[in-house]
Ligand binder design. Structure first.
Ligand code: ZN
Length: 214
């Protein structure tokens, strides 16, 4: 049997930089980075039977229930585990039921919580800008475009998302804390939780993440 690679779950609020860290870590450990939102979008774009079902629910203004998401994610995790022996998982699980589903495929070897204070999330996300033409996302603090507030690729004037106001961001943070608190307790009890301060620079945070695997 192949030596088992890490099975890693990422937790952290919006603006924590966990996506960037997850991609870097996956590359370092030579395992795939799985982002649940992207997996769903890809499934819908593939026009598979399941993708079409998801699209129908979403287009009619509903949202996917845990059973559908769990079945979909379990099959993706199983496939990835069989092919690569491990993964870095972002965006899933977000509830105890989802965590039961991911545990059923593989118990995580590491859960990494990249934490920043709410004020820092609000500060960072308020600086986010998006290209209205191609959807490219910039951050005026951490990842600004080359020229003023225009897209590097198409020169369109960047816009702020309508829900990126301080009150909109705070509402999403409240949901995040509500959903994530039980998961933090769960993984702490499993002895696999690692808390990382996400406030320093991207490179400094990466260094802290790497030390977990040193
Ligand atoms: Zn653009």
């Amino acid at each position: 049997m192949e030596h088992r690679k890490p099975v890693i779950i990422l937790l952290g609020p919006q603006g924590s930089g966990k996506g960037t860290q997850g991609k870097r870590l996956a590359q370092k450990l030579e395992i795939p980075y799985l982002e649940s939102g992207k997996l769903l979008r890809d499934e819908i774009a593939s026009k598979s039977e399941l993708g079409n079902q998801f699209a129908e629910v979403i287009n009619s203004g509903g949202h996917l229930d845990d059973d559908d998401i769990n079945a979909f994610m379990k099959s993706k995790l199983q496939e990835t585990l069989a092919a690569f022996g491990g993964f870095v998982l972002d965006g899933f699980p977000r509830s105890q039921g989802q965590a039961d589903a991911s545990d059923a495929v593989a118990m995580p070897s590491h859960v990494i919580l990249i934490d920043i204070p709410d004020q820092e999330s609000i500060h960072r996300l308020s600086a986010r800008r998006e290209c209205p033409k191609d959807g490219k996302v910039y951050n005026m603090i951490t990842d600004p475009p080359k020229d003023d507030e225009t897209c590097d690729d198409c020169a369109a004037r960047l816009i702020q998302r309508v829900d990126d106001t301080p009150s909109g961001i705070q509402k999403r943070l409240d949901w995040y804390h509500n959903d994530t608190k039980p998961l933090i307790e769960r993984y702490e009890a499993q002895g696999v939780l690692h808390r990382i301060d996400g406030t320093p620079s991207i490179d400094a945070v990466e260094q802290s993440v790497r030390e977990i695997f040193a």
